[in-house]
Design a protein around this ligand. Structure first.
Ligand code: GLP
Length: 242
């Protein structure tokens, strides 16, 4: 695991965007794995700016999102589908048929998980995966537990995750109870991974992910086993590393 501590959230976002841009320039048909949440917002803003000002081209790029809430329609402002369109995919020249997000409204969720996993297998491998991290060390929606599921699956969200995400929904009771998420095995197949963290609320999770044992109790700790995983974290998120 390589760790770069940045001076600020903005520097973290710029570095992440530059790395994504470098991949896209070197390999125009790059396959990206992408996250949602407040953390990557600055990176998406920067990529949209680069598209506008430098004509960075995404026409051959494919993107796979990590996860989606179960039950939210794509036009619900809290769905990750909506998040991606408003913050990124509608503002760059990505082709709509190369943007992939699990369908949280599928009738048969198990079949949807299998379909998504197959799609990644067929179009992959993912060249660069950008990740955030939950306060409890979750990745995507792979929650701490006694055993991790390798492939895309339905996850029941922990009380802590639902509390942390309540700020987007207005109240905890409105946060969906389940989500579809890629598994840690799916994520670990990416050629290169970067994880972003830019606030002090993430310091404990970062410390456990980097310094603790590799354990399903801290899903992010599994990234220690990836040969090309880098963290871009600001000094507040790095404060537990000593
Ligand atoms: C959600 C997402 C994760 C994300 C996490 C942290 O639970 N499923 O992919 O990493 O939130 O989000 P934030 O960046 O808003 O703290």
């Amino acid at each position: 695991m390589f760790i770069t501590v940045t001076r600020s959230y903005d520097e973290m976002s710029q570095r992440a965007a530059l790395l994504v841009a470098a991949h896209v320039i070197v390999k125009p048909d790059t396959v990206l794995g992408l996250p949602t949440g407040s953390t990557p917002l600055g990176m998406y803003r920067e990529l949209v700016r680069m598209r506008r000002e430098t004509n960075l081209g995404f026409s051959r790029v494919a993107t796979f999102n990590l996860d989606e809430y179960v039950g939210l329609p794509p036009d619900d402002p809290q769905s990750y589908d909506f998040f991606m369109r408003t913050n990124f995919t509608d503002h760059v020249n990505l082709r709509r048929d190369r943007v992939f997000i699990p369908d949280g409204r599928a009738r048969d969720l198990a079949a949807e998980c299998r379909r998504y996993e197959k799609l990644i297998e067929r179009r992959g491998p993912i060249d660069l995966f950008v990740l955030g991290i939950g306060q409890n060390g979750h990745i995507g929606f792979n929650e701490p537990s006694h055993a991790l599921q390798a492939e895309t699956h339905v996850e029941t969200l922990s009380a802590r995750t639902r509390r942390a995400n309540a700020r987007f929904f207005g109240s905890v009771s409105k946060v969906p109870r389940r989500a579809i998420t890629m598994g840690m095995g799916t994520i670990m197949k990416a050629r290169e991974i970067i994880l972003l963290a830019g606030s002090k609320e993430k310091a404990e999770a970062i410390k456990r992910a980097v310094k603790g044992p590799v354990t399903p109790a801290v899903p992010a700790s599994v990234l220690q086993l990836h040969p090309a995983c880098r963290m871009f974290i600001d000094s507040s998120a790095a404060s537990g590393l000593g």
